[in-house]
Write a protein of this length. Sequence first.
Length: 406
Amino acid sequence: MESFDIAVIGAGAAGMMCAAVAGQRGGRVALIDHAPRLAEKIRISGGGRCNFTNLQAGPANYLSANPHFCRSALARYTPHDFLALLNAHRIAWHEKHRGQLFCDHSSESIIDMLKAECDKGRVAWRRPVAVQAVRRGESGHFLLDTNAGEIAARALVIATGGLSIPKIGATDFAYRIAKQFGHKLIDMRPALVPLTFSSDDWAPFSELAGVSLEVEVATGAKRARGAFVEDLLFTHRGLSGPGVLQISSYWQSGDPIEIDLLPGRDACAELLEAKSSGTKRQIGNLLAQWLPARLAHAWLAAHEVSPDARLADLSDKTLRRLGEAFSRWTLTPSGTEGYRKAEVTKGGVDTRELSSATMMSARTPGLYFIGEAVDVTGWLGGYNFQWAWASGVAAGQAAVEFVRST
Ligand code: FDA
């Protein structure tokens, strides 16, 4: 049997950060992962350039049944701390928009950096190694049955992430261990995911696949409401693009979503004003200035208005109806593209039984849950990696203290 101070299961974003921090503070750490390739989600993230953090990251950018839980860890390890690490490794980066930071070259450089940080902490890599079972020994040690033999550790960190993209190694391991140790789970579901519609409902729009535009998209009511001004993309099966991915995290099955295709514009008033100016313009021509022409024409067809009709010849009622249709398009998705396409899993280990300072279980001393496995779900735009780094650092520091104090 091999013996360590700390075993970290899951060598993704949170697990590598945690292992590196714990190792560099003197902990003897084993980092275990079953996947043949290291940190595949970092590799494919941000279109291969990894949107590794967001300068604006704060509790308001995260969804959780316990909204204040993430505050402490995020405040103690900020985007600037991660940038300092990147700069020390001479990794070039840039801000894309709205505080989203990406690598200039490749997400591989983030993986290499975390690997080097783990090596600096003399972390023992155990991969690809599958953990079959976890038990608690009489001395309070955690005993891990793996396909490479038994591993004992005084502290155990679960960093196996969520359910999204099973084909690259996502499993329900964290949830199973949480349940085994008496933790509650907040319902899990795919988030940051395209929305789909029944084929009948979507038939009129399917020919718009590929059309993209900036919209305001919203769903939900009161405190559970999400509203974003971001790009929307029509697909063959439904809607995608950053705006739709964002509200998918707020969407509840059966709820409608509301889309303003002309955000910042009072379409009714502007159409009526154009008409009263005595213009000879055709409606299709005017709308094509505001929207992608394919979309404008599809909307006109749906309202039985010819794109060649002159504004002057359309009734005020028709213009108002059209304006409203653009500004308040309301439709009800039938579902989502599921974990196959979701960037993250919403829900997970209930944080009300974890310490917000250390990520340690309130039920089992020495047991920690970090990263996406926990019920903290970030917006699109680098927030999920920032949570992985921050929760990883918090647990890495705390696990070393725990081992020293026991
Ligand atoms: P992560 O999934 O990174 O790691 C979990 C590890 O555990 C994996 O290595 C897995 O193999 C291992 N594991 C699972 N089960 C196991 C088991 N039973 N035994 C052993 N090991 C096991 N976020 C962001 O902020 N910016 C971005 O640009 C993107 N882009 C993006 C693109 C795509 C396509 C996806 C799917 C996701 C993103 N994300 C993102 C989300 C981000 O990737 C995600 O939130 C973090 O990787 C979560 O980090 P974790 O370490 O918690 O899990």
